[in-house]
Design a protein around this ligand. Structure first.
Ligand code: SAH
Length: 222
């Protein structure tokens, strides 16, 4: 079966499981070739709903997790998004499809931070070969500090698990009315996915579900 056909089947499956609901996220899932973001040896699993190893002991999340996080963020065209944990660049590409679609008059932008040089370089290559390099800026830094230069952000996505105390720079760099989606909890087990919102300067934290992510390292990480 072709990758395209497998991609369509995965999308159907995620819809049937009632996970994938937002039209914009459906289109993004259909448009981004996940097989181009993963190592050769796991390409046959590109459209299995599972995390996959991408090198440097890191993983690309399972597709249902990408979907859930995009929906929690209520992404829309024009958003300025900060992602912490670039990994392969796949999740950033999904977000780019929504906030900066190709012929947009009001394109948003994604700043994505990775602490591993090797992964950042690989992600840049993946994003170039798939045509996202102008919409996504990959930065090598400690993402627990956020990225002050382009703050505040409409949306912030963290794709590694933070300690229970959410890194303060992230809530500080979130725009009024913005959304932060972040897994947090213990280093290896018992983590929860949170939707954090900021209204009139007040931070509200809502638990969505239990999850398991690689740890967020760095100054405010583990
Ligand atoms: N979103 C990625 C998957 C990320 S896995 C994708 O779509 O492929 C989590 C990533 O977070 C790893 O690549 C890890 O190196 C990175 N990471 C962990 N702590 C970090 C920190 N403090 N700053 C930036 N990146 C970090």
């Amino acid at each position: 079966m072709s990758f395209e056909k497998k991609r369509e089947k995965l999308v159907e499956n995620l819809k049937e499981r009632n996970i994938l609901k937002d039209e914009k996220v459906i289109d993004a899932m259909l448009n981004v070739p996940r097989e181009k973001f993963i190592p050769e040896e796991v390409k046959n699993q590109a459209y299995v709903d599972t995390p996959l190893a991408i090198g440097s002991e890191q993983t690309i999340s399972a597709p249902h997790m990408n979907v859930m996080m995009c929906q929690i963020l209520e992404l829309k065209e024009g958003d300025k998004l900060l992602e912490v944990g670039t990994g392969s660049g796949y999740h950033a590409a999904l977000c780019a499809e929504i906030i900066a679609p190709k012929d947009s008059n009001n394109p948003g932008h994604i700043y994505t931070i990775e602490r591993h040089d090797y992964l950042a370089e690989k992600a840049r290559k993946n994003l170039k070969k798939t045509g996202y390099e102008e919409r996504i800026t990959v930065i090598v830094a400690d993402g627990t500090l956020g990225y002050e230069k382009y703050a505040p952000y409409d949306k912030i996505l963290v794709t590694a698990a933070s300690p229970d105390k959410i890194p303060p720079p992230l809530t500080e760099q979130l725009k009024e009315g913005g959304i932060l989606c972040i897994p947090a909890g213990s280093k290896k087990f018992s983590q929860s996915l949170y939707k954090i919102t900021k209204k009139e300067g007040k931070i509200k934290k809502k638990r969505i579900t239990g999850v398991r992510f690689v740890p967020l390292l760095g100054k405010y990480g583990f």
